[in-house]
Write a protein that binds this ligand. Structure first.
Ligand SMILES: Cc1ncc(COP(=O)(O)O)c(C=O)c1O
Length: 374
């Protein structure tokens, strides 16, 4: 008799649904046999990475038979200098999702709880649930909230924190909604959370933020020893394919995270690419400028189509297509455009669309107009 291993796996995994990633271009090519596909589904940088990062990766290819530096010395040194922080406050990971998993491995498990926000980034649910922790989801602000529709309600999150709560996950700004909590709100929250509860502030999109009320949580690291700030090279730095992210926290928290980190993450290409990318500020400035213009272009285009969208501080917009979004998503695929349905987040009428180049945005808006009119 075949064994049903679903019975034998740990409880958290049994109930888990895998992370839904953006559809790869190659997959759509295989399925529909079409070419000239654009992907606006995973909030990648449409300009690609810095040319310095590409050159750095090419330069290490000849030595690729050797393991990378398991301590990531050069990248940690570069990050420490960039953030004016000690190297023993930096944890490296193969993408920031790896960092989020390390946090769950260190602090979550049966009998422990994690607090997240409704519409919060879905990896938090996965890592917390896989660890066997209880997941507590705070209701977000209402869709008609004046400042932050669908945004994190930190008061509601705080109400769910109790003695069992080991981790609170806050994406600031958030994916898939694009909204943010202000520096003042975040500071007040940190001041009221029990000091033994870890607060994770995930700043994957921080480079794109333009609202002056937002404040990077790195500013709070010295005052709140229970804070972990998480960053990634996947978005503004254009290095999603090599997988590199990091955490900033006290040396003690950093030591705990590194106890469970598999030794050679991130890989050799990722380490040198990140160092080079960090040094190319002009590429980030260009990226941010292209995003700002592209976001305004998409906003104007959506308005012209009579659509509303959630105000976003990120490199994507989540737009209400005023009907079930899945068929719109499917029709856009046939136009060769991959966006992201967010029904799994409880937003069945929204599509999350990454800001592309000017030409990509024009093509998306034209296709969306055709699909909605059909
Ligand atoms: C808020 C947020 N955090 C973390 C990640 C993970 O990114 P990566 O693992 O590529 O660093 C993403 C990616 O979409 C994200 O949107």
């Amino acid at each position: 008799v075949a064994v049903d291993f679903r019975q034998w796996c740990v409880d958290g995994v049994r109930e888990l649904a895998p992370y839904q990633a953006g559809k790869p271009i190659e997959e759509l090519q295989r399925e529909l046999g079409i070419s000239d596909i654009i992907k606006l589904a995973s909030n990648e940088n449409p300009l690609g990475p810095s040319p310095l990062a590409l050159a750095a990766m090419r330069a290490v290819l000849d030595g690729i038979a050797l393991y990378p530096d398991g301590n990531g010395f050069a990248l940690k040194r570069a990050l420490a200098a960039h953030h004016a922080i000690d190297q023993d406050c930096v944890t490296l990971g193969s993408g920031s999702d790896h960092i989020l998993e390390l946090i769950a491995r260190v602090f979550l498990g049966p009998g422990r709880s994690a607090v997240i926000s409704q519409y919060g980034f879905s990896i938090y649910n996965i890592v917390a649930q896989a660890a066997g922790a209880e997941l507590r989801i705070a209701p977000a602000h209402a869709p008609d909230h004046a400042e932050q529709p669908y945004g994190h309600d930190l008061e509601a999150m705080l109400r769910l924190v109790d003695a069992s709560t080991r981790v609170v996950f806050i994406a600031n700004p958030n994916n898939p909604t694009g909204n943010f909590v202000t520096g003042a709100e975040l500071e007040a929250f940190l001041a009221r959370v029990p000091p033994e509860t870890v607060v994770v502030v995930d700043e994957a999109y921080t480079e794109f933020v333009t609202d002056a009320r937002h404040q990077e949580a790195t500013a709070f690291l010295t005052r709140f020893p229970n804070l972990i700030v998480v960053r990634t090279f996947s978005k503004a730095y254009g290095l999603a394919g090599v997988r590199v992210g990091y955490a900033l926290a006290t040396p003690q928290l950093t030591d705990l995270l590194n106890r469970v980190r598999l030794a050679f993450n991130p890989n050799a290409l990722a380490q040198v690419a990140a160092v080079a990318a960090l040094g190319d500020r002009s590429h980030i400035e260009r990226t941010v400028a292209v995003n700002r213009a592209g976001k305004a272009q998409l906003e104007a285009g959506f308005r012209a189509l009579g659509l509303t969208f959630i105000p976003s501080q990120c490199n994507f917009l989540t737009v209400d297509v005023q009907r079930p979004a899945q068929p719109v998503f499917d029709a856009l695929l046939r136009e060769g455009i991959i966006v992201r349905p967010v029904g799994n987040y409880g937003l069945p009428r929204h599509l999350r669309i990454s800001v592309g180049t000017e030409a990509q945005n024009i093509r998306l808006l034209a296709a969306l107009g055709r699909v909605l009119a059909a």
